[in-house]
Design a protein around this ligand. Sequence first.
Ligand SMILES: [Zn+2]
Length: 326
Amino acid sequence: MNFDREKELRVQRSRLQEVRSRKARRRSIFIWSAIVCLGIIILINLIFHPLDKYLAHANEPDITVGKENPAQGKENTTQQPTNSLQGDTNKQQQQIQQQTQEGTTQVQEQVSQEDPHPLPLGKLIDNIPTKDNKTVYLTFDDGPNEHTAEIVSILEKNKINASFFWIGEKVTDKMGEFGHQMIEKGNVIGSHTMRHDALGKESGAKQKSDLTQAASLIGNKVGHKVTYMRPPYGSVNAETRKITKELGQYIMFWDVDSLDWSLAHNPEKILTNIKNGNVKPGSIILMHERKQTVEMLPKVIEYLRSQGYNFAALPASPVPEETKTK
Ligand SMILES: [Zn+2]
């Protein structure tokens, strides 16, 4: 009897132990899972928090538009600094603000140089300062024509890029293909309207149809979206600003005028005009695709280099927030 009772007790005890050890195992699995989860959360935080900072600063606006109006602008406009312009998304905009408040600095300065610059739509942009304070923008109007290839070749020899504003009706298939190559090499091609008309003298409807047609024609021929527009004669009115804003086209003015178009018989004066033109960091220099310009271009580049400037095409792909989703 006693023996049986003892045996039964032992069996019961061993069952009890088994149950306990099972519970203990479950508990330890739960604890370890919790620890692993916590570890993963910490890791994710470590990885993504700096990345968030990086992303936020990559889109931080770092451009201010100059206050001076271009000499040939037809209207008086006070230009605003562009600090509060388009970030990438609302969320990132918030992050930018947060990061700015936190006062982090070092990473953003390295990043923002290479990123698309937020520029103001509907305003006359005549200067694009960069953080290095040494960049100027050569721009050539009225092409494409027989001088385009020569200009591109001079730019290539000097290992620099520039921006071109083409007249829609002049862009043949052949020039479109050439333009495509120019863009692939880092240059920018914008619109100079369809027929070089003074926009400021036209009705809103006519301007809209002209600017839409020019951007789509040039864009199709060169195989890249056209987001920059230079108004012929610098002629704009309130409608131009409203329409370009709607169309997502930046109005590109200039703050240094070489007057090259008028100097066929006095090419040296092109260089003089630039020397006397108050070139400053971020200057947009107005030139044209002309014979005398080709002649003087190497000297212009050499002079600006001697003054410590380097060259860039207009910021690539500055697609404004408003047009991204369309
Ligand atoms: Zn022109």
